[in-house]
Design a protein around this ligand. Sequence first.
Ligand code: HEC
Length: 139
Amino acid sequence: MKKSFGFLLATVALTVVSFGVNAQAPTADIPAEMNALMSKYTCIACHRPNQRLVGPAYTDVAKKNYTNEKIVELIYNPVPANWPGYPPMAAMKQVPKEDALKLAVWINSLDGTPGGGSKSSSTKKSSSSSSKTKTTKKA
Ligand code: HEC
């Protein structure tokens, strides 16, 4: 009896190990470069492209139609009120702007329209500056 118990134990241990391996590679739908950034800055702990984890799925973020710049801003200064029912995300100020922008562009590309980018008019260069300058005016 002792012997089979040992075997059982070994089986359990093996199962646990293989689960551990699986948990590190559930990322088939993440491009290698994004996977590297997501791992480096720990986004991967809370986000998946198509699945709610601690944070919202990136496809759901993409549906909000933020500009890339807005997403970068939200990475640095999350607004938990945008996501009722979720815990607040920690500000990720350690992410260099360049990498944050890469992540933002990719997140925005997940809104179901392959190729992304070509939302409204692509002729206008940047419409994001208009809202920024407004606040500097004094009444
Ligand atoms: C500890 C868990 C955690 C980590 C790590 C994390 N997030 Fe989040 N993220 C959340 C949660 C929870 C929310 C929803 C609540 C909120 O926005 O505060 C969220 C929201 C977001 C949003 C939506 C913002 C909005 O207001 O609509 C984006 C974009 C985002 N995360 C990107 C990232 C990126 C990029 C990283 C890595 C640099 C990252 N997150 C790391 C948990 C996390």
